[in-house]
Design a binder for this molecule. Sequence first.
Ligand code: NAP
Length: 487
Amino acid sequence: MHGPRERRVAILGAGFSGICMAIRLKEAGVSFVIYEKADGVGGTWRDNSYPGAGCDVPSHLYSFSFERRAEWSRHYVEQPEILRYIEDCVERYGLRPHVRFGTEIVRARFDDDEGAWHLSTAGGEVFTADVVVTGLGQLNRPTVPELPGLADFKGTAFHSARWDHAHDLRGERVAVIGSGASAVQFVPRIAPDVARLHVFQRSPNWVLPRGDAAYSAAARGAFRRVPGLDRLHRASIFWALETRALALGGPTGPMLRALVERTARKHLEAQVSDLDLRRKLSPDYSIGCKRVLLSDDYYPALARENVELVTSPIARVEPDAVVTRDGRRVGVDTIVFATGFDALHFLAPLDVQGRDGARLAEAWRYGAEAYLGTLVSGFPNFFVLYGPNTNLGHNSIIFMIECQVHWVMRCLEELRARDRAWLDVRRDAMVASNRALQDRLRATVWVTGCHSWYKTASGRVTNNWPGFASRFWLATRKPRFDDFAWG
Ligand code: NAP
């Protein structure tokens, strides 16, 4: 008699998702390898090192539930502290020997006969795995708009997610293109140092007060010493954030949004006295349709003498200037693109081929979809962490990742218990669950008429989970194995 077969799991990416999966697999004694294209761990928290980069979910919640920290320095910590946390987790759980750095998997092909995945690198290496778990993020491919003349720009240009730390902005004339979550964090940091700062805004965002504060030594000591206090604090943050879902959809949405919009308008009025600037910064869509920004220093930065908010669309770039459509030529030394990411093409550029040669890019040509954001019919044993419709507008994505990882672990346990080679979600089950999901999404603020990275050009929301994060927790407690096919 042979025992249940040993499974080799390949994890793609060593960011929060990949690390979470690896920790759970290690605890369960399952063998795994993490393929990471860069030379370090941390994913988005390695890539986004721009000045002021941080998370607007409080750190006591934006961390693993099983790896809490009493020592978080502030409510909203900045990137170096988050990256250090991830690196600490890697050391603490002994994950480093499992990571193959500098290894980008470009192709994953399911071998129907073998019931296993072949993973190829750009350099032609091929690895075999029984199970693939991707932790590639939704926001990992920076986008730079194709502005006419950009190739001939003679100054320095870079994207906020690829910050050029060797380049000194002091005393320079700088253009920032884009005014989203990244821009509002670094604009206040660079504004005092540059000679002139021109922020090119395409559409204004709703901004709410951030209210950040450092934890006192006494508070940190209490988190260390008082049993359960950090858990209680974490839970209180979670449930406070969870109530915000009530504003993003459903019958309570419009009324609550009107209240929150009033708070945001007051914030703007308190920080910006110039009526023309206020008008330019006032959104004409419902709050929450795009990601709501939290900042106490963005508006004051825009009100500085050396900072200008430009709202006329960009016509072209010249070797030493950005030219707007109203004919203005803004001379600049450096352009910083804060223009976000390609969030719609999930997993790209990874080429995934499932059963019978089916291509994932083809299955997703009208927009990505998955069963519980994790499994796609026709792609057995291929689990997508932070996959379609798992992003949140109101709570911590680390919570969602943990839910998914829990669900994947239950699936792997069942595979082992049944001693089967693979599991696949049935197409009808996936279609039914997505129909229900899209029905719920139609009642959210995200479809109310704004442009955002949450949805496709045709308006289908592919990125966000509607409603409470706790509902996703419930949905992922126990896989419904009847929805699966087994190989
Ligand atoms: P983003 O929110 O997508 O913002 C991109 C900005 O660039 C928007 O202002 C957009 O204008 C503008 N833009 C895009 N293409 C343009 C073009 N061709 N011409 C002119 N303007 C253009 O990107 P992000 O700021 O990097 O943030 C992305 C996401 O990362 C956030 O939504 C958030 O989920 C996450 N993030 C979180 C934090 C945090 O926790 N604090 C910080 C940074 C990022 P439109 O609005 O008109 O499209």
